[in-house]
Design a binder for this molecule. Structure first.
Ligand SMILES: [Zn+2]
Ligand SMILES: [Zn+2]
Length: 131
């Protein structure tokens, strides 16, 4: 009985409100730093200069972004930019890799290599700003 009471709709509302507050508070939100290239699985730590991201934070190494994907994100079709480095040094209170740690969830391609190649071939000659 205690468990059923613990999952009452009221409890859900309270939890949701807390999550909502946190995620909309400006200083807590941060770019998701994914730990690997979604294509070749290479490690991409927060200070990797070769990490590339699309506007949805899909993450690839520079080599795959250029030579495998030809600047076409396989998930959203957008282009890539270099991912900013998140400093390890605390220069302002609460803002550094310790306070907003990188994601530890490795991400892998959702589509087959053939599908990704076809998707890239279809859009690579159109500039990202015109897709
Ligand atoms: Zn890669
Ligand atoms: Zn994307």
């Amino acid at each position: 009985m205690a468990q059923i009471e613990g999952n009452s709709p009221f409890e859900f509302r309270v939890r949701f409100a807390i999550i909502h507050l946190k995620s909309t508070h400006g200083t807590v939100m941060a770019l998701q730093l994914r730990p690997n290239c979604e294509y070749c699985d290479k490690d991409l730590p927060p200070n990797a200069t070769e990490a590339r991201i699309c506007s949805y934070e899909c993450t690839f190494c520079a080599d795959c972004a250029e030579n495998k994907l030809h600047n076409v994100c396989p998930n959203c079709g957008g282009g890539f930019v270099p991912r900013p480095i998140r400093p390890v040094t605390v220069m302002r209170p609460g803002v550094c890799v310790d306070k907003q740690p990188p994601s530890d969830k490795r991400v892998h391609l959702k589509y087959s290599l053939d599908d990704v190649a076809a998707h890239s071939a279809k859009y690579r000659d159109i500039k990202p700003e015109q897709r």
